[in-house]
Design a protein around this ligand. Structure first.
Ligand SMILES: *Cc1c(COP(=O)(O)O)cnc(C)c1O
Length: 398
């Protein structure tokens, strides 16, 4: 019989979410307007320590609104981390703008300040500056925000923080997602807290968020009839789901603790093995460890990333490659890209060597042991085969 499936990062409900759903039913606020939406926005803004928040139906929509508010359009360029999920970059295309991808650096796996400086310097020489820089905080780890902000502020280019994976993380005491001009969170089913699908755009610029809210509700003018002077979107979050989000937000700290503990257990079990390195956590930052990610040295370990993923899959365990960089995607063929250093392509290395392990905040200790055992047994099998082959050689050589 097949063992039960272990998912990468499944939804984790506490049960009380139903209360707010029921209340929405009872009061008949079953629409993309209602009291839960406003309450969720206020609670979210308070939680991360920012002036305002706009609840929308996905993180992708929040990113798209940020670009719209910044007037990104045809002929514009936008810089974006290359090591990310495609949702970080797609909204650039929605606006008819052109992405330019920036490599990672090894300490955080996130945007390289070196590569960004070079890209902005060349852009200024060419007289074609980006309208925005989308900085991703991968797997919960904050990018080197001070360095990135210093460079961007020098050139007067706003940062949009894609904090879809880093809600609950912090950078030098500040909540991840609150350091740029805009921050974006996601409540997709796999994220650290979820509304099944949803997102949030946050900023200290209340006027900008007012525009974002306007655009997210079909850009309807304040008239007694339906009048529009701008093109809008249907991007608001449902009042039902905002109720789920409110309860989920109350669980956030617990979820962060659980995910950090899962990371710790993996690290304790596998961290000593030569050829395995875990994703680092930068000093003065706290990662929510949304996913525990590691890289392997295939030669040292004697197994490939593919072999590990296959072994886990055979045990009905879902693990994944690290994101395939955007500049390697067929969708973005021919797009400009700036490496960390000449001949040093960090994101490509992380993609080739990286693995994300099951990291659900509801992952049981037993299930985590199944993952660890599966990897250890694979390594042991390989090691024995290696010894066997070497032994044979010795015999033959005698
Ligand atoms: C999940 C994710 C998004 C998109 O969020 P959705 O809510 O699924 O639209 C954007 N960027 C990153 C890095 C993500 O992981």
């Amino acid at each position: 019989m097949r063992k039960p499936k272990i998912h990468l990062s499944p939804p984790h409900m506490c049960g009380r979410e139903l209360h707010y759903i029921k209340e929405a039913f009872d009061t008949n606020w079953v629409a993309p307007v209602g009291p839960n939406i406003e309450a969720f926005e206020k609670e979210m803004a308070r939680h991360v320590g920012i002036n305002d928040a706009v609840a929308v139906n996905s993180g992708t929509a929040a990113l798209h609104l940020a670009l719209s508010v910044l007037n990104v359009g045809k002929g514009d360029i936008v810089f974006c981390s290359t090591l990310t999920f495609v949702a970080s970059a797609n909204p650039i295309l929605y606006q008819g703008a052109e992405p330019v991808f920036i490599d990672s650096e090894p300490d955080t796996w996130n945007m390289s300040p070196l590569a960004l400086r070079k890209a902005l310097h060349l852009a200024s020489l060419e007289g074609r500056m980006p309208k925005a820089v989308i900085v991703v905080n991968l797997y919960g780890q904050s990018a080197k925000m001070d360095e990135l902000l210093l460079i961007c502020n020098y050139y007067g280019v706003p940062i949009i923080e894609d904090a879809a994976e880093s809600l609950g993380s912090s950078y030098k005491g500040k909540a991840s997602g609150t350091l740029g001009a805009f921050g974006v969170y996601s409540f997709n089913g796999n994220k650290i807290i979820t509304t099944s699908g949803g997102g949030m755009l946050v900023s200290n610029n209340i006027a900008s968020l007012k525009t974002a809210r306007f655009l997210a509700t079909q850009a309807r003018d304040p008239e007694p009839y339906y009048q529009h002077h701008a093109m809008g979107y249907n991007y608001r979050m449902s009042n039902l789901l905002a109720g789920v989000g409110r309860i989920q937000l109350q669980q956030l700290e617990k979820r962060v603790d659980a995910k950090r503990l899962i990371y710790r257990n993996y690290f304790d079990a596998l961290g000593d093995i030569e050829g395995i390195s875990f994703m680092p956590e930068l000093d003065n930052t706290k990662s929510n460890r949304w996913l525990t990610a590691l890289t392997i040295d295939e030669r040292q370990l004697g197994v490939t990333v593919g072999q590990i993923l296959t072994a886990l899959q055979q045990e009905n365990i879902e693990a994944r490659h690290v994101w395939k960089p955007m500049h390697l995607q067929p969708l973005f063929k021919g797009t400009r890209y700036y490496p960390h250093k000449e001949n040093t392509h960090i994101a490509e290395q992380l993609f080739v060597r990286g693995i994300c392990l099951p990291s659900g905040s509801n992952l049981s200790e037993n299930d985590q042991q199944r993952v660890i055992q599966c990897i250890k047994e694979l390594l042991e099998r390989k090691r024995k085969r290696q010894l066997f082959i070497l032994g044979k050689y010795e015999v033959m050589g005698e």
